[in-house]
Design a protein around this ligand. Structure first.
Ligand code: DCP
Ligand code: MG
Length: 395
């Protein structure tokens, strides 16, 4: 099903003008495996791999048969060559005695919420990057860098019992690289002056955004390290990789990145739409269209119930017989999952579009999803919404 277009873009925070930034990247160590060890401390220090189906229970890797892959492995298992994404049969050949545990995603997302809210208690400007990583803007947070990072790590450990690694540099690009450098339980603080000694020796693929294809192509040009990339002729890079990616590669190799943190993630939306078997005219086929509208509203209401969310905005999408598409949406006074309220809102939206020619498609979207009964956002609601999104992430 084609989704409705996003109605409100994420709100980026502008960089602090004129002053250097202090950006942290925090990444949990061997995240799924560490969470498993919380409830099985007797396995600490052993090679442990997470993967496979829950029904299989706990077993030795050598006893595994199937096509599953490792989601992650403890550092003890990594020492034997096992890594994320590796087929479990291959992992079993390398580490037959390793313990294989099935994944428990609910528990991982509970721990994810816990560590993020622990960090938010110290530094609220957070960009959520996924289940086990965040960027944190420490520019405005008082405190000396190493001491502050230490406090963040302790808060994470206190809230979850888990360890993490942090990189702190003037930007997201370098911090993402830095957090990897001393895993596990690492803290790496870099300034631009550290670039030649600490970053340039790394392979070009250590830059987030240089994938296997680009790095193979770079290698074929004799460019292996980030330092090689920084020393490359920019014209050659543009010719090989195009204006935009070529220029970005060169800037990245010089550690330059002024992307702001995106501290507000748009709440996800749910939508339902249907393309008609044959075009329907708003007047002549009014009854058929009404039936379709009611059906879409019922389904959307059921989708929201299933997700346990209420929607604060309702939108419609129409496609005319000439393929022009229009959308309208409406913010409700009260968030709802009620099909009747959704229908009323959809009708109000329909009154705001021309209904003078046959239609191919009708869709309805529920956006700005909140928990039932969640407080209405205040006028300065960016922070409130960000926290709500972070503490209660939608699937
Ligand atoms: N993950 C996954 N499949 C992959 C890679 C990762 O399911 N191919 C999951 C399991 C990881 C989690 O995502 O625990 C976080 O991914 P990371 O890349 O951060 O890896 P880890 O946290 O496990 O290890 P590291 O200490 O290297 O960060
Ligand atoms: Mg990790």
């Amino acid at each position: 099903m084609e989704p409705f277009p996003a109605s409100s873009p994420a709100l980026p925070r502008p960089p602090v003008p004129g002053s250097g930034r202090r950006i942290a990247h925090l990444d949990m160590d061997a995240f799924f495996a560490q969470v498993e060890l919380l409830s099985r401390p007797e396995l600490r220090g052993l090679p442990v791999v997470v993967g496979g189906r829950r029904a299989a229970g706990v077993q030795r890797l050598r006893d595994y048969a199937g096509r599953g892959v490792a989601t992650t492995a403890t550092y003890e298992a990594r020492a034997l060559g096992v890594h994320s994404g590796m087929g479990l049969m291959k992992a079993a050949a390398l580490a037959p005695d390793a313990i294989l545990l099935p994944a428990d995603f609910e528990e991982y997302s509970r721990c994810s919420r816990l560590f993020k809210s622990a960090v938010a208690g110290i530094a609220p400007a957070i960009e959520d990057r996924g289940i086990d990583e965040i960027f944190i803007d420490l520019t405005e947070v008082p405190g000396e860098t190493v001491e502050l990072a230490g406090r963040i790590k302790s808060a994470v450990r206190q809230a979850t019992g888990l360890g993490c690694s942090i990189g702190i540099t003037p930007n997201k690009l370098l911090s993402k690289i830095a957090s990897e450098l001393q895993k596990p339980d690492g803290l790496t603080v870099l300034t631009m002056a550290d670039l030649p000694a600490r970053v340039w020796p790394l392979p070009a693929s250590a830059i987030n955004g240089v994938g296997p294809k680009a790095s193979a192509r770079l290698e074929a040009m004799g460019i292996c390290s980030i330092g090689d990339l920084a020393a490359a002729d920019p014209g050659t890079l543009l010719a090989a990789f195009g204006q935009s990616y070529g220029a970005w590669l060169w800037e990245a190799a010089h550690g330059r990145d002024d992307r702001p943190l995106v501290t507000f993630r748009e709440a996800k939306s749910v939508s339902r739409e249907t393309t008609f078997a044959q075009d329907l005219h708003p007047r002549r086929d009014r009854d058929a269209l009404t039936g379709i509208l009611l059906d879409l509203c019922r389904r959307l209401g059921a989708d929201l119930e299933r997700k346990g969310r209420h929607a604060r905005t309702i939108g419609i999408k129409l496609r005319y017989d000439d393929f022009r598409t229009v959308t309208r949406d409406l913010t409700l006074d009260r968030a709802t999952a009620d099909p009747d309220a959704i229908r009323d809102a959809a009708r109000a939206c329909l009154r705001r579009v021309p209904l003078d020619r046959p239609l191919r498609l009708l869709g309805i979207r529920a956006g700005t999803l909140v928990l039932p009964g969640e407080a209405e956002p205040d006028p300065f609601g960016e922070e409130a919404q960000r926290l709500a999104g972070m503490l209660l992430p939608l699937e």
